[in-house]
Design a protein. Structure first.
Length: 472
């Protein structure tokens, strides 16, 4: 039986309630019986889904939106100090709670799995949520994206397991005390909060240090940053470390990944450190999304479930029912013989992984990309690598930078990416008017092509518009 709503969370007010992380916590609290309220900058399907659960959602930010009887105000790191609802909370002496503390309170008393890493968190968390649900374990989960099947990013379940995406960007993942922690990769990102790889490692070491005594760290054996982190924490006596990947010495070794169009068949060798999984035998299962990186995510999910005592063969079968997360290589439709697919990738490693996956799925067809850079700081640090990644496409359109929470940085524009892509031999067109993209793509695409809209901003809105233009 899941714990009751913490008293501080009985009447929460969320500033930015429509965000991926915030809305998930709000949904779980509403499902547990809390009187949830909040505000967001614009109307959305997420706002409607929250209202359907009984939440009050205001559009726009104003001091009067905060009810006088609110038990707390929940914020994320994206909320600015001058927000009028935050100022009103101070006037009323309403406690302010960070999103990560709210999520941590929801996991109290449950067997939790926290999924961390610079990229792949949403997919891996989703795979676990789907598989555990398929097995009848009725987990609770909080994810940074909407699952294709249930169409939601969070759910309160009556089971004893809670699966959560653990965000390292602002160090908030250090608030959790998981029974199983997954670390998919460790790379330099989130430049506004981390100045060096040493700071990143220190942050991840703190996260791993929060695993409960006797708990398990599931960590990648192939990714250099993860290997370094594993070496730093392996001597902790109360921690069991399980590695996964294609490396010879991985505890859960990926023996083979066979592409099957927009799916993959994965064979793993369960090593001797996992006797509960039937160590030393081969296990084959299907992953319903293309690409080696998604196969790796599925194997991380498999290892984490086994660490909780779930039989490997049951998990493998259940993982095959996962059909994807919105914006993670999501097929938006087909028109005039052209498939349009949407990708959330915005870091060069993610971009390369998704482009390689689509390159394999495209076979002899052309791959056209519409890329929108995300954040000025990320473009400043990684723009050259983003451009190099685009060389994997046959042709690309690059939009202006999506600023999200940031103010512009003088001299930092998407031209940094365009120049790097052209230097790498890519065919690139800079388009500054997003509304012009459907016409540009219609002029480029021909039957059999794949079009990939890519980025963490509002580039996702272009998929349906491109399909409509192609239909005409």
């Amino acid at each position: 039986m899941a714990p009751a709503v913490p008293s501080a969370m009985e009447r929460p007010h969320f500033i930015g309630i429509g965000g991926a992380g915030m809305s998930g916590i709000a949904k779980i609290l509403a499902q547990r019986g809390a009187k949830v309220a909040g505000s967001d900058a614009r109307e959305s399907a997420t706002a409607e889904s929250l209202r359907a659960l009984g939440a009050t959602v205001h559009i726009g930010h104003a001091a009067e939106h905060l009810a006088a009887d609110a038990s707390c105000v929940v914020v994320s790191s994206a909320i600015r100090a001058d927000n009028p609802e935050l100022a009103r909370a101070a006037e009323l002496s309403v406690p302010v709670v960070h999103r990560s503390d709210a999520l941590a309170s929801l996991m109290t008393g449950l067997r939790s799995i926290a999924v961390a890493g610079t990229h792949g968190k949403t997919t891996t968390t989703s795979m676990l949520a789907v598989a555990l649900t398929e097995l009848g374990l009725d987990p609770s989960y909080a994810i940074g994206g909407d699952l294709e099947g249930p169409g939601t990013n969070a759910r309160h379940g009556e089971g004893e397991i809670f699966v959560a995406e653990a965000d390292e960007s602002d160090r908030s993942f250090q608030k959790y005390d998981p029974e199983v922690a997954i670390v998919l990769n460790v790379e330099l990102d989130h430049h506004a909060n981390y100045a060096s790889m040493d700071e990143i490692y220190e942050s991840f070491e703190t996260f791993v240090g929060k695993v409960v005594p006797g708990g398990t760290l599931v960590i990648a054996a192939d990714q250099p940053g993860a290997v370094e982190l594993a070496s730093r924490v392996r001597d902790r006596s109360s921690l069991k470390v399980v590695t996964y990947g294609e490396s010879e010495g991985a505890d859960v070794r990926i023996h083979k990944v066979t592409p099957r169009g927009l799916t993959s068949e994965v064979t793993v060798l369960l090593g001797s450190p996992m006797p509960e999984a039937g160590g030393g035998r081969l296990l084959t299962f299907t992953v319903s999304v293309p690409g080696r990186h998604y196969a790796h995510n599925a194997v991380a999910a498999l290892a984490a479930g086994v660490a909780l005592g779930i039989p490997a063969h049951n998990l493998a079968s259940a993982l095959g029912t996962y059909t994807g997360v919105k914006r993670r290589l999501q097929l938006k439709g087909e028109a005039a013989g052209v498939q349009v697919i949407d990708s959330y990738a915005h870091h060069p490693t993610e971009m390369t992984a998704d482009l390689e996956a689509m390159r394999g799925a495209a076979a002899d067809s052309r791959l056209l990309v519409v890329f929108q850079p995300h954040l000025f700081s990320r473009t400043q640090e990684l723009g050259a690598e983003m451009g190099q990644a685009l060389a994997l496409a046959d042709a690309s359109v690059v939009l202006d930078i999506y600023p999200a929470r940031e103010d512009p940085i003088p001299g930092i524009t998407s031209e940094l990416i365009v120049d790097a892509a052209r230097t790498a031999g890519a065919e690139v067109t800079a388009v500054h008017d997003k509304a012009a993209v459907p016409e540009v793509i219609a002029g480029m695409a021909r039957p059999g092509d794949l079009v990939l809209t890519m980025g963490a901003g509002d580039v996702t809105d272009l998929g349906p518009k491109i399909l409509a233009r192609l239909s005409n």
